[in-house]
Design a protein around this ligand. Sequence first.
Ligand code: ZN
Length: 203
Amino acid sequence: MAEPAIAITKLSRADLRVVPDRPIDMVAAERAAADLLRAFGLDLTDETLAGTPQRMVRGYAELLTPREFTLTTFPNDEHYDELVLARSIPFTSVCEHHMLPFTGTATVGYLPGDRILGLSKLARVVELFARRPQVQERLTTQVARWLDTHLRPKGVGVVVEAEHTCMTLRGVTAHGSTTITSALLGLVRDDGRTRAEFLGFSR
Ligand code: ZN
């Protein structure tokens, strides 16, 4: 497989925001979902459909709400100086252009500085940014930037591979096609050996 294209974009403060602007207004969302379903021709007085707006909103709310977590870091007492990497972290997100899900896996690695991270936290960081209306490029850079900011490692690498249902189920219906994005920072980007090692692990 060819080396994935590197997509690094400048992030604003807003991109690094962890907490959504405001909580989901479930009542307004259910009312709007009912309107939408009626506009699609569904008869919501039908017993089997009566609860659909609520189920629809609860489903989206779950996809759009990350679980809170505490970032646990530890001093790097052993001066470990090789890559720490979690591969094939599964995630589900929602494409902000179509509000249809996209699912895939992320490989997240970093080259430790003074601190190391509880291993499960790499998956939590992916979830944190996946559970919101997203585009894959932004998801990728947000995970990388967040780790860079909170862990101050010598380098960070993130590769995301995902299947977008807005692409596979509709439009061009490109079944089975996946999209790969990556964000490399610090020595994972600038040091040839580390970069090759990370990209080797990520495929
Ligand atoms: Zn889309």
